[in-house]
Design a protein around this ligand. Structure first.
Ligand code: ADP
Ligand code: ZN
Length: 660
């Protein structure tokens, strides 16, 4: 689906949203009959499958239902605010714990919490995860047939649900609105709220209609949540959802357990393979590529090299996509190679790495994609390989993109911020957080902190390159890109050099002190610093105002020294980052086989029940069990992530596994 002026237009993919947004399958308003329209009776409705009681306070819900001992960050104040009926706009990074912010108020308040989410394909898993906790949840979307929907509608009306997930387009259907009006609603949660931002890359037109919710239900609190948080997006969400009067909660965007690394692209697939073999053998992860073709090739390459990998992009048929996504969620240690069509709402907690083989188009996108790693708080890697070709290609895409000048300028600003992040000699995390308006200090857990890059005085090299570009530019007859400039500097008599008499230029062969990849690095860094620009279809190099300053010796150029083989960053889980929280439980050597046994038990149980393994227990919970080796149910219940329902259901099996 393409909208004029929307960012979808210039996606290289061109990727469509993963879901089919057709809403014509909903049929005429359905009459549920008088016997089902009776108001819900919350006092008598039996709560939870295990027959437990509805929690009375947020703390009780946290401890008893979810099995956690303490709220994280701002969770408590957000939850208190919504429980008492207030509207909230929540900005929290991926993995920060947004779901509890609406799930707990929905449990504590009377009525059903209605969750609006664009992620139809994930609703079943979300409902399964809640059901495993003993929470009564259902969804209504276009994947269901009439009978399935009718059952959920009846549950909703008779007060047998705590949470109801809805796709946004449902709310445009009058019969859904009527249904909701006949039940009791505890709150509206608007998940992935940045989908309302028209300039964002995830814009969903159906989100615009959500501004009408508070007119229909003026007394029902609304909580909008997103992990996308630049100031512009934030403001746009508040305005479009009419949440100006809501209380805004902006969490720290730091993800201390993710190690950020950006390296120079040489042989990207081989670099990726090295990373996977040396640091992430057997781990689940996501590899992002810009085009469908490179997704396919990369997936094949990994498989050929013994790594279990599947492709995912909007060009695959819906069934293959669904299968690959579901395998990723359900199996341990699968790699998905994907375009950015993949990932929103994927809340698999144990994604150990996110790798980018191409430069993302914005810091926002990069942060969102890398944020899918390590939701469980355990050490994870965000790795990006980028090179000159990325810069040239992205400039070209911007120059040829549809939309007006303002749109192109915006894209260019996004690209520049991304380049600045790639070329920084400072802490990546500091730079990232600064982009989201948050101050921090050097993190000790990114490549620039771990192996500080050296810089060198590149003024003379820059002058040589810029003079070459100046001479090529004077010819005007034909446009030349970086390749030709580098060949000239290196004094190579290629066919193209001879054809254009470039071996007679005064700059021919003046750059022998650097090799080809170093020269390409110089070009790339000058582009990133705005001291050089590219134009048009062939990536023609052109001078900028900044170039003139360098050529006129009015400006020095500091460049980052490129490593031929970037040193592997060490794992520093116990490093000094002050923001570090949620330290994972360290697994003593003797507990490792126990952990593996628990994982095997979990895999078998998950398979039997047809749910993802993490729905049973997260890795972090299994680690803690393995480390503590509880011998009674009471001891087991003290482990983070073991709530009453899971204790009742799996407690004995866990103890048996430990004693086996
Ligand atoms: P988000 O939606 O913000 O990306 P989630 O709601 O999926 O994040 O939470 C991320 C992970 O953290 C989940 O595995 C969740 O169970 C866990 N989590 C959330 N809140 C807490 C808490 N207070 N204590 C322990 N774990 C938590
Ligand atoms: Zn750092």
């Amino acid at each position: 689906m393409v909208f004029p002026g929307s960012a979808h237009l210039d996606d290289p993919g061109p990727e469509e949203p993963v879901e089919d947004w057709g809403s014509g399958d909903w049929g005429p308003p359905e009459d549920l009959g008088p016997e089902e329209s009776a108001p819900s009776d919350w006092e008598t409705a039996q709560w939870a499958a295990g027959g437990g009681e509805r929690p009375k306070t947020a703390e009780e819900a946290l401890n008893r239902i979810f099995g956690y001992d303490a709220f994280r960050g701002e969770q408590q104040s957000i939850i208190d605010h919504v429980v008492s009926g207030g509207d909230a706009l929540v900005l929290m990074p991926t993995g920060g714990g947004k779901s509890l912010c609406y799930q707990i108020p929905a449990l504590v308040r009377d009525g059903v919490g209605v969750v609006v989410s664009p992620l139809i394909a994930l609703m079943q898993d979300q409902v399964d995860a809640l059901t495993a906790l003993g929470v009564r949840a259902g969804f209504l979307n276009s994947t269901q047939d009439f009978e399935e929907r009718r059952v959920v509608e009846a549950q909703f009306l008779s007060g047998e649900l705590d949470l109801l997930y809805l796709a946004p387009e449902r709310l445009k259907v009058e019969s859904t609105v009527q249904l909701l009006q006949r039940g009791t609603i505890s709150l509206f949660a608007i998940d992935e709220a940045h989908c309302v931002a028209q300039w964002g890359h995830d814009f969903r037109p159906d989100y615009l209609a959500l501004s009408a919710l508070h007119e229909r239900w003026p007394t029902v609190p609304r909580i909008a949540l997103t992990a996308t948080a630049t100031r512009t997006t934030h403001t746009e969400i508040a305005t479009r959802l009419k949440l100006e009067d809501a209380k805004h909660f902006v969490a720290s965007f730091d993800r201390p357990n993710i190690q950020y690394r950006i390296e120079q692209k040489n042989e990207p697939r081989k670099q990726l393979l090295d990373l996977l073999r040396s640091e992430h053998a057997g781990d689940a992860g996501i590899v992002y590529c810009l085009s469908r073709a490179s997704v396919e090739k990369t997936a094949e390459f990994l498989v050929a090299n013994g790594i279990e990998a599947v492709p995912y992009h909007a060009g695959l048929d819906a069934r293959t996509r669904a299968t690959n996504q579901s395998r990723f969620l359900r199996e341990d240690g699968l790699v998905v190679v994907a375009t950015i069509a993949f990932g929103m709402g994927i809340d698999k907690p144990d994604v150990r790495f996110v790798a980018h083989l191409d430069l993302p188009k914005s810091v926002e996108g990069y942060y969102q994609e890398t944020g899918r790693a390590g939701r469980d708080g355990l050490p994870s890697t965000a790795w990006l390989a980028y090179g000159l070709q990325d810069v040239v290609q992205q400039r070209k895409m911007i120059d040829t993109s549809e939309g007006d000048d303002a749109h192109r300028r915006r894209l260019a600003t996004h690209l520049e911020a991304m380049l600045a992040l790639c070329e920084t000699v400072e802490c990546r995390r500091v730079q990232l957080l600064k982009y989201f308006g948050q101050d921090s200090t050097a993190c000790g857990n990114c490549d620039t902190c771990l192996t500080p890059p050296e810089s060198w005085d590149g003024t003379v090299a820059a002058q040589k390159l810029l003079s070459t570009v100046f001479r090529l530019d004077r010819e005007r007859r034909q446009k030349f890109g970086a390749g030709q400039a580098v060949d000239i500097l290196l004094g190579r008599k290629t066919a193209k050099v001879i054809q254009h008499d470039h071996d007679t230029l005064s700059v021919f062969g003046i750059g022998a002190e650097l090799n080809e990849s170093q020269w390409r690095g110089v070009v790339r860094q000058l582009l990133a610093q705005g001291l050089l620009a590219v134009q048009g279809d062939y990536g023609t190099l052109v001078l900028t105002e900044g170039s003139a300053e360098v050529l006129g010796r009015r400006r020095e150029v500091v460049l980052r020294r490129e490593r031929e083989r970037p040193a592997r960053a060490a794992r520093t889980r116990s490093s000094s980052s002050s923001a570090r929280k949620a330290e994972p439980v360290d697994l003593p050597a003797e507990a490792v086989p126990v952990f593996e046994q628990l994982r095997a038990w979990r895999a078998a149980t998950a398979k039997e029940q047809g749910v993802p393994a993490y729905v049973i227990f997260h890795d972090a919970t299994l680690r803690e069990i393995a480390a503590r080796a509880p011998s009674t149910l009471a001891e087991l219940s003290a482990v983070n992530g073991v709530g009453e329902n899971k204790l009742a259901k799996y407690g004995q099996q866990i103890l048996d596994t430990l004693n086996a």
